[in-house]
Design a protein around this ligand. Structure first.
Ligand SMILES: NC(=O)c1ccc[n+]([C@@H]2O[C@H](COP(=O)([O-])OP(=O)(O)OC[C@H]3O[C@@H](n4cnc5c(N)ncnc54)[C@H](OP(=O)(O)O)[C@@H]3O)[C@@H](O)[C@H]2O)c1
Length: 350
């Protein structure tokens, strides 16, 4: 009853009038390109929170490329979405009601949440927002899994050293723009690869990249890479895969490191992409190539968040979000990642 009491109080403010909440379900698994047809909007009933659960009003949702892979029925490091069930992802919201000793009504919380306007979630799946002098949405970007991915991938696998050359693909996106800024903080020469002149200007004028290549206006980017990185490439932070990564292979220095963060160019592909075999380059140059999942570093999130927060406050990290408003726009925001609609972190504000 308390549950419905809360929602009815909000109703007086004109927000919601029943014990139901809107949800986005996975309607069908995509074959190739993801489309709005793969999603369905519905209303579901909210249960009352059981012991250790909280009722959250979801305020900001993250859309992320890995969600496309979860739409496939495929074994991975994370469960695929179930057909007919809500899609889920990283989100931030405010506690309306709590039966967990860790949370009180009014607390801002972050964690994995379903694509719903309200949700009842185990307290163990959430963490309280620690730094309250930044917008809560920053907990989906620099202080969220995005920032943590850039931080651990670059520093633990890339191990950049001052004076080295670092190349980042999808450099104007969420992870790439933070990884590139951290490399610049570490004194590296950073080259970004991105999909428009506006994005390239943003990288060089605002984020401190040494130079940037628009891969859409230069379909063969090998020449551009050679010019942009005259001393060769020491660290490649790969968000993309495919042809862009093939081009990078030709300019790797001895003992270069490849951080395999993502392969977005391949996510909408129905067939395994089998390209030219360039691994001889890795042998010749004794290159280390390592994949990782941000969850590998869960124990160290607090330490990394403190550092990212400090860089943000010192103005060494620029925060940029592309925000789309409205629950109805969730599928479109996710689809837009694959056409480069975002600069910085793509967020949906409810
Ligand atoms: N390993 C991990 O734990 C982990 C965690 C988070 C994210 N990731 C991976 O990191 C990568 C970036 O994720 P994000 O959340 O930061 O997304 P994002 O970079 O903000 O968004 C995706 C960007 O990729 C670019 N892109 C899309 N299709 C492309 C294509 N076919 N070829 C080249 N570029 C393309 C687009 O920018 P342009 O305009 O430049 O094309 C788009 O803005 C993804 O591959 C993701 O899967 C990995």
């Amino acid at each position: 009853m308390i549950l419905f009491g809360h929602i009815q109080r909000q109703h007086k403010k004109g927000i919601l009038m029943t014990d139901k909440t809107r949800a986005v379900l996975l309607k069908s698994r995509p074959s190739g390109q993801i489309s709005a047809e793969n999603f369905a909007f519905t209303e579901i009933r909210l249960p009352a929170p059981a012991e250790d659960q909280v009722l959250v009003e979801i305020k900001y949702l993250s859309v992320d490329p890995y969600m496309r892979n979860r739409m496939n029925d495929m074994k991975s490091y994370i469960e695929p979405y179930a057909l007919g069930q809500p899609v889920s992802g990283d989100a931030v919201g405010q506690v309306l009601e709590s039966r967990s000793p860790a949370f009180r009504p009014g607390d801002w919380v972050a964690g994995m949440m379903p694509w719903q306007e309200h949700a009842v979630i185990p307290g163990s799946c959430l963490h309280k927002i620690e730094f309250t002098d930044v917008s809560p949405a920053v907990y989906l970007g620099i202080l969220g899994l995005t920032g943590l991915t850039a931080y651990f991938g670059l520093l633990e696998i890339g191990k950049p050293v001052s004076g080295e050359t670092v190349v980042i693909s999808a450099a104007a996106g969420a992870v790439g723009s933070i990884a590139g800024q951290i490399a610049a903080i570490k004194g590296c020469h950073v080259t970004g690869i991105a999909g428009s002149d506006e994005k390239c200007t943003y990288l060089t004028e605002i984020l401190g990249f040494r130079n940037a290549i628009n891969y859409k206006s230069h379909p063969n980017i090998r020449k551009q890479l050679r010019q942009a990185c005259p001393a060769g490439i020491d660290v490649y932070f790969d968000n993309v895969g495919g042809d862009i990564s093939d081009s990078v292979m030709f300019y790797l220095n001895d003992y270069a490191r490849i951080v395999l963060c993502g392969q977005i160019a391949l996510y909408n592909s129905n067939r395994l992409s089998i390209g030219p075999r360039l691994f001889a380059q890795l042998i010749i140059h004794r290159v280390l190539m390592q994949g990782f999942i941000v969850y590998d570093y869960t124990e160290r999130y607090p330490e990394a968040r403190r550092q990212l927060y400090q860089w943000l406050k010192e103005g060494k990290l620029v925060n940029r979000e592309t925000t789309i408003e409205g629950f109805d726009n969730l599928p479109g925001a996710l689809i837009g990642l694959f056409t480069g609609n975002n600069t910085g972190k793509q967020i949906v504000k409810l």
